[in-house]
Design a protein around this ligand. Structure first.
Ligand SMILES: *Cc1c(COP(=O)(O)O)cnc(C)c1O
Length: 406
């Protein structure tokens, strides 16, 4: 039989859009070890500038110990979905802690941030309702929007004038229907922020619901890392506060924070929550340890340490390829290369120098806007940051010389 996928894979390769897994055979951290790199297929260590473990919690003893203690008390598997018998004490404690930390009435945890979006959006809007998404929204929001069957309109990135005209259109053409605006606080591939206060003004004026994905803002922005809504004092006006436990919180899972009624509704209607086995109690316990840490003064210190590293990278990064005019928005620094192959070449030049900064390509970002996505964490050393910047300077100069060779 003809191999159905061979041709498709070759077509991806020809466009420099093929993707492959790397096996990391160490714990997460600023240095990781990868199996089978290079011709000799030996394991090599790299300085890692591509992780979302912004506070260095993924391998933190507090989280490890919480997970181990939960395994000893509750075992490994939750055994059933949350609504049957899968809700164990760590899940309940985690949700109480999340609501308290975020200052909302209630919270609900999901097995991932992706599952949170996929379950929540279709529970909020349906056919004939309207959902408005920023062009650069994460795949989880797009997929949730599509799954909902609501009328989907995209507005250009952070373009609130266009959003306003979409809102006018929606109120005019779909009177009495629900309108949901969904966006991110720090955009995952561009690293910039949403103009949240202006957005809140708009959503109030048009009586729309607002869902804010704080995946890259929690743990990074706002008092005790509560996110952008807290930093801008508009938490009350963000109806659905979404986030993940898998990035700065160092564990795994997603959450929605909001009113008690919202959470009760999701418990009844969010299909990714209802029809999936509860996350392992160990992972809920680890996430709880992370929330407790963030809520503490020690956690706040760690967050401020992250900001020292963010300011350092902004200061020492070479000027071309990076927007240095504005104050940094968060821990993500995109180095936009454009061409897919050029981004791969730059990533591999950096890898040869011992830095891991994978190229991000279509369909994660638009075609022709391939980039290196550099992320910095509180756990990076200053000299690691400085040497990355030097390596980028040299590698991009070398690539430019190659490109311009007559
Ligand atoms: C990573 C991410 C998610 C998904 O969260 P997971 O817990 O990894 O599934 C959702 N939204 C954004 C913006 C993200 O970057």
């Amino acid at each position: 039989m003809r191999d159905l996928f061979q041709e498709q894979l070759e077509a991806l390769c020809a466009r420099s859009l093929d993707r492959h897994l790397r096996e990391i055979n160490s714990s997460q951290g600023p240095e990781i070890e990868i199996s089978g790199v290079g011709r000799d297929r030996r394991a090599r260590r790299f300085i890692n500038f591509s992780s979302n473990d912004y506070l260095g919690l993924a391998n933190d003893p507090k989280l490890r110990e919480a997970a181990i203690a939960a395994i000893n008390e509750f075992g490994v598997g939750a055994g059933a979905s949350r609504l049957i018998t899968g809700t164990q004490s760590p899940h309940v404690r985690l949700e109480h802690a999340l609501a308290k930390w975020k200052g909302t009435e209630a919270a609900l945890s999901f097995s991932s941030g992706y599952a949170a979006a996929l379950g929540t959006i279709p529970a909020l809007v349906k056919k004939n309702d309207v959902i408005l998404l920023d062009k650069l929204c994460h795949a989880s929001l797009i997929d949730g929007a599509k799954l909902s069957g609501a009328i989907l309109r995209i507005f250009p990135h952070n373009n609130l004038r266009k959003l306003e005209s979409h809102l006018e259109w929606a109120r005019r053409e779909h009177p009495g229907k629900r309108i949901l605006v969904a966006t991110e606080s720090v955009f995952s591939m561009d690293g910039d922020r949403v103009p949240l206060r202006e957005l809140v003004e708009l959503k109030k004026r048009f009586d729309a619901l607002l869902m804010l994905d704080e995946a890259h803002a929690v743990g990074v922005i706002g008092p005790n890392g509560r996110g952008l809504a807290a930093a801008e004092s508009v938490s009350e006006d963000v109806d659905i506060q979404m986030g993940t436990l898998s990035k700065a919180l160092g564990a795994s899972g997603g959450y929605i924070c909001g009113s008690r009624n919202l959470i009760e509704w999701l418990i009844n209607r969010a299909r990714s929550f209802i029809y999936s086995t509860a996350p392992s109690p160990a992972i809920a316990a680890a996430a709880l340890a992370a929330v407790d840490f963030l809520s503490s003064s020690e956690g706040e210190e760690r967050r401020l340490l992250l900001w020292k590293k963010i300011r350092l990278i902004q200061e020492v990064m070479p000027t071309s390829g990076l927007n240095k005019k504005d104050a940094p928005a968060g821990a993500i620094f995109p180095w936009i290369v454009g061409d897919e192959q050029a981004a791969l070449d730059l990533a591999s030049a950096l890898q040869n120098k011992g830095f891991l900064v994978p190229a991000i390509r279509y369909p994660t970002v638009a075609k022709g806007s391939a980039r290196l996505r550099i992320t910095v964490t509180a756990a990076h050393q200053e000299d690691q940051i400085r040497s990355l910047c030097e390596a980028i300077k040299r590698a991009s100069a070398a690539l430019r010389r190659l490109e311009f060779r007559p």
